[in-house]
Design a protein around this ligand. Sequence first.
Ligand SMILES: *Cc1c(COP(=O)(O)O)cnc(C)c1O
Length: 230
Amino acid sequence: MSLTIRNDLSALERLQSVQKGISEAAREVARDPTDIQLIAVSKTNGPENIQPLITAGHRCFGENRVQEALGKWPQLKSDCADIELHLIGPLQSNKVKDAVGLFDVIHTIDRPKIARAIATEIDRSGRRPELFIQVNTGQEEQKAGVAVDELTDLLNLCRQQLSLPINGLMCIPPISEEPAVHFAFLRKLAGEHGLTGLSMGMSADFKTAIQFGATHIRVGTALFGARNQA
Ligand SMILES: *Cc1c(COP(=O)(O)O)cnc(C)c1O
C-alpha cells in the first residue's frame, strides 16, 4: 500500500470517528446530527493534508488567518466547487476585503469597525457571507470577541443601521474553565436575541457543545492530528 493511500485512509478514519462522536452526542440529547455542521479546521495544514478529507467527501473547512487561507483555498475551491470556507480567527479591517471575497461564513465579528467594514465590502462586492458575532464569554483581556455587555449594541448596529443579517454567536471558552458553563451562557445569549446559530466546541469539547445546542463545531486536531507549535 502506498503512503498516499495510507494517508487517505487515516483522514477518512478520523473523519468517521468525529462523525460518530457527533451522532452519539446528538442522540443523547435527541438532536438530529445533520443539524450540526462539522467545520474541519485546517489551519497550519497544507493542501496535501486537506485534499484527503475533500476526497473523503467533506466540504466544510475553517481557517483562522486570512493571509494563510489566501495561500491555499483559492486553488482548492476552484478544484471543488461546493467547498464552504469559514473564517474562525480574528479579523483586521485591512483584511476585510479579502475575507469577504474568500470566505462563505465569518464567525468573528467583534466590534463596530469590523461590522461597518464588512457591510461596506458586501455592498461593494455583492458577496454575502453568513455572519456570526464572537462573544468574549470569559471576559478575558487578551481574547477576541465582543464584551458581553456590548453585545446588544453591536447587534443593533448590525441589524438596524447596517442591514447585516447575523446568523448566530460564537465563543472560545477560557482554557482553564469548564466549557459547559460558557456553552450554556452563549446559548442563553443567543436565545435572548433571537439567534439560532451557535458556533462552539472544538476537538476536546465538541460533544459537550452539541449537548448545549451547538450548530457549528470547529474541529482541528481530531481531524488533522496535532499541529506544529509555531
Ligand atoms: C484552532 C481552532 C479550533 C480547533 O481547535 P482544535 O482543538 O484543534 O480542534 C477551533 N476554533 C478556533 C477559533 C481555532 O482557532
